[in-house]
Design a protein around this ligand. Structure first.
Ligand SMILES: Nc1ncnc2c1ncn2[C@@H]1O[C@H](COP(=O)(O)OP(=O)(O)OP(=O)(O)O)[C@@H](O)[C@H]1O
Length: 248
């Protein structure tokens, strides 16, 4: 079943033609990553799916309902965890549900415990490390009732080891709950490790240059990037991206 359909999407900012006839369809429980040169329009695309920007042309449909310019339909997790400093960790994770009028505190507590945050339910964001804050923000997104999650470089501000821990954590969470995820990253290895499918954007005005199915079975673990097949696949994607970077 297709959850998100982007059909013939185009966007300009004045004379800056950012997206040109972009076409992408995402199925339920699919994990799709977007890789693209800097400035190719990845955040613009997310802002359009989230309804903060409207496309000049084309349609954004969620479960076949057109949502161009409509906010509140998807759950969005930005680069920084954006937790509210005056709310406890538990109350932060309930925020997405509160906005929709119905909270499930026991489920939130359970998920926070599984995420290693059981002792921090009543703590405030400043008491947590970067990785812990990201986990709390991710749980908030996961608990929100929206079916589609957009994750915009959620691990880019984390150090290498925390990032690796978070990737493993996200893999486990995804295996368990199978949310539909659209993920933006600059990190090829991360995209391969996490995704079912990777979409490579061209330089501006961006369209989809290539879509590749990730050929590695699940569950995946931190050993996978060390395999020869993984390294070959990474090199192939690296080459595709390099071609676009040269032109941008
Ligand atoms: N609100 C806006 N008004 C005018 N121009 C914008 C706006 N938002 C983005 N742009 C322009 O659109 C282009 C794409 O920007 P965007 O941030 O979407 O790219 P990106 O692929 O997310 O970049 P990066 O990989 O560096 O995060 C850039 O040229 C940017 O300057």
């Amino acid at each position: 079943m297709t959850v998100l359909s982007l059909t013939n999407l185009s966007k300009r900012f004045g004379s800056n033609h950012v997206l040109d006839g972009l076409e992408l369809h995402i199925k339920k429980s699919e994990f799709v990553s977007i890789l693209g040169p800097s400035g190719s329009g990845k955040s613009t695309l997310f802002h359009m799916i989230g309804g903060l920007l409207t496309p000049d042309e084309g349609t954004i449909a969620l479960n076949e309902e057109k949502i161009n310019g409509i906010t509140g339909k998807i759950s969005y997790m930005p680069q920084s965890p954006s937790l509210l400093p005056w709310r406890s960790i538990l109350d932060n994770t309930l925020l997405g549900q509160e906005l929709q009028g119905k909270t499930d505190e026991s489920r939130a507590k359970e998920m926070l415990k599984v995420a290693g945050l059981g002792e921090y339910l009543n703590a405030y964001p400043h008491e947590l490390s970067g990785g812990m804050k990201q986990r709390a923000a991710f749980i908030r997104a996961l608990l929100s009732p929206q079916e589609l999650m957009l994750l915009d470089e959620p691990f880019s501000a984390l150090d290498e080891l925390t990032r690796s821990d978070m990737q493993q954590w996200l893999l486990q969470i995804w295996e368990k709950h199978k949310p539909t995820i659209l993920f933006v990253t600059h990190n090829i290895e991360e995209a391969i490790l996490l995704s079912d499918r990777i979409v490579i954007l061209s330089h501006r005005p961006a369209k989809i240059k290539e879509e590749v199915i990730v050929p590695f079975s699940r569950p995946r673990n931190e050993q996978l990037p060390l395999s020869e097949e993984f390294i070959h696949f990474r090199q192939k994607l690296h080459k595709l991206l390099q071609e676009e970077n040269k032109q941008s």
